[in-house]
Design a protein around this ligand. Structure first.
Ligand SMILES: Nc1ncnc2c1ncn2[C@@H]1O[C@H](COP(=O)(O)OP(=O)(O)OP(=O)(O)O)[C@@H](O)[C@H]1O
Ligand SMILES: [Mg+2]
Length: 351
């Protein structure tokens, strides 16, 4: 893949056992021993409802990581949360975000995660501002399904907050699921941040009862939103419904959203979505069924004739990463200007 993007690049291999390799320089460090002092904060990567995410550098190796802040003020519970998170994230799947440690400082749990230079599928949806081509989307969804399959079949874990913001990608065109288990842990431990626990918009029909089928519903909404370029639940003014009760009522009372070939979509993608968006959770496809579906299998083959399509996919990813790095740079610039003007104001006050 072309590596011209200006985003910080990996020229190293990073493993969850904590072995960093950078050229000739290799550190064998267990992530269990890593502390916050080993990390230097560079700049903010994004904002979530639970807190900010920062790009940090591991001082000894120069490796980039993402440090996610979650506000948790309950002293007694936070240790349990950290332990649980460590267990949950000791997952070994290339389709899940790598986890390098969880720390607590000043009311925040901080989670050190694999840095994904491209950002999230949500960023792609915003950047593309319209439909994502089916041939590219299928490659993304295959990877999401492989991550979900690992969670469902190997770890017997329901994600509970699957949404475009929790599907991250890197310059290699790899997509990985993040925040698995986090919402469940916060829910169980009674942490504040009610809004953090399960995202309203990708919610399923079955209320508080989560099951593997709940993740499949969320997956269907994600594919639908990506392929049409529009969140499917909308009010009379064609605005995305963001009010919890209104959305719940719409989902419960109306037929599940769908698309058809008359609208220009392929039969495969229409059928894939229909298999996910069944009102009755028992009727929904499993993640293993979906991986076998033609929407995935037709686009994700590796044959000599598919080489140019993979090249197109890689070029598309590179463009997206470039845009992301430019956005990050201007956000950084804004931040610097704000900090400077604040410093100037403070100086003026002192004088
Ligand atoms: N590991 C990562 N690498 C690179 N960027 C990241 C990483 N994790 C998060 N981000 C960026 O930070 C943003 C915020 O992430 P966060 O998980 O806090 O919130 P969210 O999932 O978008 O929303 P919510 O808080 O509602 O769940 C993401 O949209 C993404 O752009
Ligand atoms: Mg997230």
């Amino acid at each position: 893949m072309n590596t011209e993007s200006e985003a910080p690049r990996r020229d190293y291999d990073i493993t969850q056992s904590g072995s960093f390799t950078k050229g000739e320089f290799k550190i064998n460090m267990s992530w269990k021993n890593m502390s916050l002092n080993d990390l230097e904060t560079l700049h903010m990567l994004g904002k979530g409802s639970s807190g900010n995410v920062y790009l940090v550098s591991h001082k000894a190796s120069g490796q980039f990581l993402a440090l996610k802040y979650i506000s948790v003020f309950d002293d007694q519970k936070r240790k349990t949360i950290i332990n649980e998170l460590q267990t949950l994230y000791t997952a070994s799947s290339e389709f899940l975000i790598g986890f390098f440690g969880a720390f607590y400082q000043e009311g925040n749990i901080q989670i050190a995660l694999e840095y994904m230079e491209g950002g999230s599928l949500s960023d792609i949806i915003k950047t593309v501002q319209g439909p994502i081509q089916e041939k590219f989307l299928a490659r993304i969804i295959q990877q999401v399904c492989l991550g979900l399959k690992y969670l469902h079949k190997e770890r017997h874990l329901v994600h509970r907050d699957l949404k475009p913001g929790n599907i991250l990608f890197n310059t290699k065109g790899q997509f990985k699921i993040s925040d698995f288990g986090v919402s469940a842990e916060l829910d169980n431990t009674g942490a504040e941040c009610g809004s953090f626990v399960g995202t309203v918009t990708y919610m399923r029909l079955e209320g508080k009862k989560y099951s593997f089928a709940s993740d499949i519903w969320a997956l269907g909404i994600i594919v639908l939103e990506s392929v049409t370029g529009k969140f499917p639940f909308r009010d009379e003014q064609d605005e995305a419904i963001g009010v919890f009760w209104e959305l719940l009522n719409t989902i419960k009372t109306k037929e599940p959203p769908s698309i058809s070939t008359n609208m220009g979509y392929s039969k495969d993608v229409c059928d894939f979505i229909a298999l996910c968006l069944q009102k009755d959770p028992k009727q929904r496809a499993t993640v293993s069924d979906l991986l076998e579906h033609p929407f995935i299998s037709k686009h994700c083959t590796h044959t000599p004739t598919s080489a140019s399509e993979w090249q197109q996919y890689n070029n598309w990813i590179n463009q997206l990463v470039k845009i992301r790095s430019q956005t990050e740079k201007s956000a950084q610039l804004d931040q610097n200007i704000k900090t400077q003007s604040l410093e100037n104001k403070l100086k003026a006050m002192v004088l």
